[in-house]
Design a protein around this ligand. Structure first.
Ligand SMILES: [Zn+2]
Length: 129
């Protein structure tokens, strides 16, 4: 009796593994698609705000661009944002944040820049990933 059971145990665990994989696939597929759609919506909205086509945004993203922000621009954004983090109001550890991410083609126009403290900036990049 015992030998019959143990000979069944391998196919059984393989079956369980397949069911688990199928379950993950079924759950993850729609989630990944949804996530992709969210990103595309944000991309389109940004492209539209610049009067660009979606293709133009993709070109821009692939270009070699400098991330550096001049001290003059930095000062301008700091003053506009009242030397405060735009999320929590902190006045320390301020950095310049691209509202629409630089890595996705976001530019340095003042309305795409804001002051964020290090903590809020880190939280924001977690949310995007
Ligand atoms: Zn903050």
């Amino acid at each position: 009796m015992e030998s019959v059971l143990s000979s069944f145990s391998i196919p059984y665990s393989l079956g369980a593994l397949l069911v688990a994989l199928l379950g993950m696939f079924l759950l993850f597929g729609p989630y990944a698609r949804w996530k992709q759609q969210q990103l595309q919506k944000k991309d389109s909205a940004y492209a539209q705000s610049k009067g660009w086509s979606y293709e133009r945004l993709q070109e821009e993203r692939n270009k070699k661009r400098s991330r550096a922000i001049s001290s003059r621009l930095r000062k301008m954004i700091l003053e506009r944002d009242n030397h405060q983090c735009q999320q929590c109001g902190s006045r320390t550890d301020l950095t310049i944040d691209h509202i629409f991410p630089f890595s996705r083609g976001g530019g340095k126009e003042p309305n795409n820049l804001q002051m964020l403290c290090h903590r809020c900036n880190a939280k924001k990049s977690d949310a995007i990933l």
